[in-house]
Design a binder for this molecule. Sequence first.
Ligand SMILES: O=C(O)Cc1cc(O)ccc1O
Ligand SMILES: [Fe+2]
Length: 213
Amino acid sequence: MCSRRLEATSWRSTVSTLSYLTWDQLNVSPFNVVAWHGNYTPYKYNLENFMVINAVAYDHADPSIFTVLTAKSLRPGVAIADFVIFPPRWGVADKTFRPPYYHRNCMSEFMGLIKGHYEAKEGGFLPGGGSLHSTMTPHGPDAECFEKASKAKLVPERIADGTMAFMFESSLSMAVTKWGLKTSHCLDDNYYKCWEPLKSHFTPNSRSPAGPK
Ligand SMILES: O=C(O)Cc1cc(O)ccc1O
Ligand SMILES: [Fe+2]
């Protein structure tokens, strides 16, 4: 399931957020068809019922632990797409920066917010919005989240109450349609600004007095 070890095949970078329209607004529905081909059947599942697991010692576990559905490829351990959720849960990890770490990886990440506030971008990512971080594009929490989490006392805390965010994580590249980029007028040209206030705290000679054992 953890496809992050796959070597990069593409260095094309895209970071963008957009708002998408609901089936109602588009006036279509995946259920409004005469028949579905073969064994495919539309199925509605309440994501609130999915029981996620998480780190109980230290460190931020790869989000593939939150995989609800996976579409396997022919390469073992490399998914065509994992469907992952970020539901309400407890955060208890010690000695850890608890929000998503800053990273770039070989997978393309398309995220969406159904309701609430995504923990890594409380203000800038609205319900009905989506973001695409393509293969090897660096990304992570916004500046506000970084500052808050860096100073927070690591007591057990609720994360994402009232929230449902999801991600399609794919070993393939995704392209945004012309409709999404232009015609819809829904592209957030200012998305990158959520990282602009980040300050450098890099102190090359500092050592943690008591790192994880
Ligand atoms: O980028 C994101 O916000 C999604 C994400 C969440 C997380 O907890 C760790 C890695 C990751 O890509
Ligand atoms: Fe990510």
